[in-house]
Design a protein around this ligand. Structure first.
Ligand code: 4NP
Length: 146
């Protein structure tokens, strides 16, 4: 059985593309379909931010071919689990849910911590985001396999 996992941030160019790439690097594509999306459509169709591409590449992960897209209500049906980077976007996604089953698919990627928006930051912020997402994806993998 395939498990479908969606990573969500605001623009789908900084955080969720890294989350998608990192989780893909840890899980088999035979059993897991992993995608990402943004709650806003400012950057639809664009590749990830060059700083996200760089930090992922520094860890041997190529995210350069991803293309930003906006979250759609249909994603609630297409994905089993929807991980959101921060509380603002969690609220936006939860408000779009039409049933409790849909709402229950959604959670913060780090249970008690947000992955801060690095867009107006520098390379250090992207490194910190990568570290948080690597930790989060290790836990997601552990929970899926155990
Ligand atoms: P992301 O970062 O949500 O991690 O992709 C952002 C990207 C773009 C903007 C904000 C955050 N923006 O305002 O354009």
């Amino acid at each position: 059985m395939e498990i479908n996992i969606l990573m969500v941030c605001l623009g789908n160019i900084c955080r969720s593309p890294i989350a998608e790439g990192v989780l893909k690097s840890k899980l088999s594509s035979i059993h897991f379909r992993i995608d990402s999306a943004g709650t806003e459509s400012f950057h639809v169709g664009k590749p990830p931010d060059y700083r996200s591409i760089k930090v992922a590449s520094d860890h041997g992960i190529d995210i350069s071919l991803q293309k930003a897209r906006a979250f759609q209500v249909e994603d609630f049906n297409l994905f089993d689990k929807i991980y959101v980077m921060d509380r603002n976007n969690l609220k936006v996604i939860k408000q779009l849910a039409e049933t409790s089953k849909q709402r229950d698919k959604v959670s913060l990627i780090l249970e008690n911590q947000e992955v801060p928006d690095p867009y107006l930051g520098d390379e250090r912020d992207f490194k910190m985001v990568f570290g948080l997402l690597n930790k989060a994806c290790d836990k997601i993998k552990f929970d899926l396999i155990n």
